[in-house]
Ligand binder design. Structure first.
Ligand code: IPT
Length: 919
């Protein structure tokens, strides 16, 4: 057995310790390294010799993943291991990257203790300095240090690192993400001064009953601690001191700068005081119930994979704060420490998860799962120790998580025991411990609403949904109802949406790649595209919905009053203002704890009028500027009777080869051929949509295609030309006797034509349909859209919390949501009226009686369904206008529950009416 197929996690490494910001000199070894890739481990290791000639090698930036720099290719699998399950053996084809880096030792560094630190290498590395082997290590997202002082020499030094993509440790790293080997986090040399400080453990508790904080800093050698902001100077470490403090919370992340000093070294810390506790099954911080409104975050960058630029980490934190997200689960490994520093600084509750997942064993019935095999115990403990020791000083971390999807077993229990012993101040989380025999909180993933409700109502340990609301493609649906349950049940500490960002790798042909796009023989397709951010970090509609449902403010309207209450924190940093559609605005004066205020006067108007109330930042904060909208709500002030009058104006009349009726021209069979002078395709019934990921993975799509919804045929049975024009049709797919009677009843109204569509099912339709709509083809120049309804973004029956009612303007092209895998998207719900016009302003106006869903696109649902990437969507010769009376909800059945019963759509006898007028 050699090191890469051994159970042992490492050799020659130092004991894990806290990530510290020290005044001891350090040398960053990032930059261009020499690189050579081999396809097996079986290559001579002579390259480690300082005199080895690497002039024929390539250059590779470090940190990086070599498959993202043209060596081999990335591969994506979720659960399945991309190699035979035969632990601890990695596959024989084991891409091996040899890395070499020469560096000059800074003056004065020779003959002093020095540590070589790797913050992350995927997955197994063997290291030499100046030709002497230091050892090897595994644990891709965990830090490793070696003592190298005696090996350093003045002037030129040569570091050689051999990295294997696969190792025994790969069995412990089966997270749902791209397989991306490489030295992907920093490599540094850190001088260790004599009398230095190797480790620090900060204990900073807060007693909410007294307002006092207790600080104790433990150090392995005598040291002193100073916290100028608390008037503490040069106190000995190891002894507690109690002083009045402001506590740390995600809403108000007060940090105190501190220094810890020994004779040889000073370490800078940022201390946050908070106490995590569990009382009567409720998870508390500083005595307040914790309301985790979280997301799962993988480290991902479309070009750099998990080698994240610093700026990207800040972008993530700012985007989370701006979208009312207050918690992160670091799925499924500790992130770069710099990210945790940002969580401390900006305020996010963190569940810090160990780098562990053995999910692929599920596919072999969990046989030989490492979690219960003593051979792996040392590796499990090693991973947890490296997690906790590195991250123990972050106030943002409120739970330790043992890992993800590794079933259960004694090794996990041992990790939990060790953790509790080392750090009793934070509860332990692990979703796989179903009966909570070794964890402190009950955790589930994708529990349905009904189950969440039931768990919430049953006494027990605090309940966390470590994953819920799978944000794959269009969706997630059902968010509002989840958050209502979290708000309702004290036992529910909240949850973490799966997941933060689509892992779409930039690709020259496809735009963004997902599984299979690099020719992987085994892969899981676009299951890696399930984030709230698109791969380039633009927010998806799902993130905007999350922002709405995670709002920290509640608005409740009564007849002529509004009650505003904080859901988290208080209102002190917010200004609550109102606007009317006519532009009048005002401000409410509210105390920090909230209150009730009278509504502004109702304007005199016959139009439907909505009052919009917004809570915005009253002053700049570190994460957003003054005026940033935190929460909002709308209230209808005037609801006009609607358009009910019907007066016969012109009558339809037969002409030579068709029928003319007001602005409409019809063929002899009653099919609309032009409207207001524009050639159009007649309205035709639609029952299908291009499947969303949720539809596909729930097999709802299979039901729809089996039922032929995507291949309806249309037959005209009768045309009646009288006062009105009535075309009676039957719509049905081939091969079945089920069908739909559809009567298109055209009447003259105002300048236009009122179309009433009567739908009557024939035969049994027991399964849901995708939509109930009519589509018309318009000339491609009609691409300007204005509407009064929900917007500006898309909404479906169970999504679109972020959409508000207003008048919006856009274009057909801008109304498409660019899901990485094309699917149904871009519908605007609750539309009262819309105009679709050409650049000169001519076109048609559609008025709903009362409301409709509006979709416009340059391709058919079939083209949308067939495309695997947006680059395959080619504009067709028409603009397809779809007016719907309903859609089946979106749900989250790609992983989790489907559409809630309230949002299901079944075919039943229906009539829906729109008025078409020329513009
Ligand atoms: C769950 C995983 O924990 C997560 O990593 C991700 O794969 C997610 O599914 C789906 O995207 S596990 C699943 C079996 C519930």
């Amino acid at each position: 057995m050699s090191y890469h197929d051994d159970y042992a996690p490492s050799s020659g490494t130092r004991a894990p310790r806290a990530a510290l910001s020290s005044d001891a000199p350090r040398l960053d070894l990032s930059g261009d390294w020499r690189f050579r890739l081999s396809s097996t481990v079986d290559v001579p290791d002579d390259f480690a010799a300082p005199e080895f000639d690497d002039s024929g090698w390539d250059t590779l930036p470090v940190p990086s993943h070599w498959p993202l720099h043209g060596y081999g290719a990335p591969a994506y699998t979720n659960v399945v291991y991309p190699f035979p399950v035969d632990p601890p053996h990695p596959p024989e084809r084991n891409p091996t990257g040899d890395h070499r880096r020469e560096f000059e030792l800074p003056d004065g560094w020779a003959d002093t203790a020095t540590v070589l630190r790797f913050d992350g290498v995927d997955s197994c590395a063997r290291v030499w300095l100046n030709g002497t082997e230091l050892g090897f290590f595994t644990g891709s997202r965990l830090p490793t240090e070696f003592d190298v002082g005696p090996l350093l020499r003045p002037g030129r030094n040569v570091l050689a690192v051999r990295v294997h993509q696969w190792s025994a440790a790969s069995y412990l790293e089966d997270q749902d993400m791209w397989w991306l080997p490489g030295i992907f986090r920093a490599v540094t040399l850190q001088r260790r001064p004599a009398g230095g400080l190797d480790d620090v453990f900060v204990h900073a508790d807060y007693d909410h009953t007294t307002g006092l904080g207790t600080l104790r800093v433990d150090t392995p050698v005598p040291a002193t601690v100073s916290v100028p902001g608390l008037g503490l100077a040069a106190l000995p470490t190891g002894a507690p001191v109690t002083v009045p403090v402001s506590p740390w919370s995600a809403e108000s992340p007060t940090l105190y700068d501190a220094t810890v000093t020994t004779v040889g070294e000073t370490v800078r810390l940022r201390v946050g005081f908070r106490t995590v506790s569990i009382v009567d099954g409720v998870l508390l911080v500083n005595g307040e119930p914790l309301a985790l409104r979280g997301v799962n975050r993988h480290e991902f960058h479309t070009e750099h994979g998990r080698a994240l630029p610093r700026g990207t980490m800040l972008d993530d934190v700012l985007a989370m704060k701006r979208h009312n997200i207050n918690a992160v689960r670091t799925s499924h490994y500790p992130p770069d420490s710099a990210f945790l520093d940002l969580c401390d600084e900006y305020g996010l509750w963190v569940v810090d998860e160990c780098d562990l997942e053995t999910h692929g064993f599920e596919l072999v019935g969990w046989r030989n799962n490492p979690s219960d095999d003593p051979a792996w115990l040392a590796s499990y403990l090693d991973r947890m120790r490296r997690t906790v020791e590195r991250d123990k000083n972050h106030p943002s971390i409120v739970l330790w998580s043992l890992g993800n999807e590794s079933h259960t077993g004694a090794n996990l229990a041992a990790m939990a025991d060790w953790t509790r012993d080392r750090d009793p101040s934070r509860p332990v989380h692990y979703e796989g411990d179903a009966d909570c025999s070794y964890v402190d909180v009950y955790s589930r993933m994708y529990a349905s609403h009904a189950e969440t409700d039931e768990i919430g109502a049953t006494p027990g340990k605090p309940f966390v949904q470590c994953e819920y609301a799978h944000a794959m493609g269009n969706g997630p649906g059902g968010l509002v109802e989840y958050v209502e349950l979290f708000d309702r049940h004290p036992r529910c500490a909240g949850g973490f949406v799966w997941e933060w960002i689509d892992h779409g790798l930039r690709h020259p042909e496809h735009g963004y790649a997902y599984g299979g796009d690099f020719g992987e023989p085994v892969h899981d397709g676009n299951f890696v595209i399930d984030g709230l951010l698109f791969p380039d970090r633009t927010p998806s509609p799902g993130l905007l919905d999350v922002k709405k449902v995670y709002e920290p403010v509640r608005f409740a309207f009564a007849d002529d009053t509004l009650t505003v209450t904080p859901k988290r924190g208080d209102l002190s940093g917010l200004r609550v203002e109102w606007t009317m559609p006519d532009g009048t605005t005002g401000e409410f004066d509210l105390p920090a704890e909230g209150g009730t205020v009278p509504l502004p006067p109702v304007p005199e108007t016959a139009e439907e009028t909505w009052l919009t109330v917004r809570a915005v930042l009253a002053a700049d904060t570190p994460w957003a500027e003054r005026g940033h909208e935190v929460a909002w709500a709308q209230h209808r002030l005037c609801d006009p009777a609607g358009l009910r009058e019907h007066w016969p104006g012109v009558r339809p009349s037969r002409i030579e080869d068709g029928i003319t009726f007001g602005p409409g021209e019809f063929d002899r069979t009653g099919r609309l051929t032009s409207f207001a002078g524009f050639p159009v395709g007649t309205p035709r019934l639609e029952l299908w949509r291009a499947p969303t990921d949720n539809d596909r993975l729930a097999r709802l799509h299979d039901t729809w295609t089996a039922n032929g919804l995507h291949r309806l045929t249309h037959r005209v049975d009768e045309v009646v030309v009288g006062q009105d024009l009535l075309a009676r049709t039957r719509v049905a797919p081939a091969g079945t006797d089920r069908g739909v009677r559809v009567d298109y009843d055209w009447k003259s109204l105002r300048d236009g034509l009122l179309l009433a569509v009567h739908v009557t099912p024939e035969g049994e339709w027991p399964e849901p349909i995708a939509t109930l709509a009519v589509s018309l083809s318009l000339p491609p120049t009609l691409d300007r859209v204005r509407w009064f309804g929900k917007g500006p973004g898309e909404s479906y029956p169970d999504t679109g919390s972020a959409a508000r009612i207003d008048t919006f303007e856009s274009t057909v092209d801008d109304m498409q949501t660019p899901y990485v895998r094309p699917q149904e998207n871009g519908r605007r719900g609750g539309v009262r009226w819309a105009t679709v016009t050409d650049p000169s302003g001519r076109g048609l106006r559609i008025t709903g009686l009362p409301l409709f869903g509006l979709t416009v696109r340059r391709w058919t649902p079939t083209a949308l369904a067939d495309a695997r990437h947006p680059t395959e969507l080619v504009p067709g010769p028409t603009v397809e206008l779809t007016l719907d009376a309903g859609h089946h909800g979106i749900g989250t059945a790609s992983c989790g529950p489907g559409t809630l019963p309230d949002y299901e759509l079944f075919l039943s006898e229906t009539e829906f009416t729109v008025l078409l007028e020329p513009v």
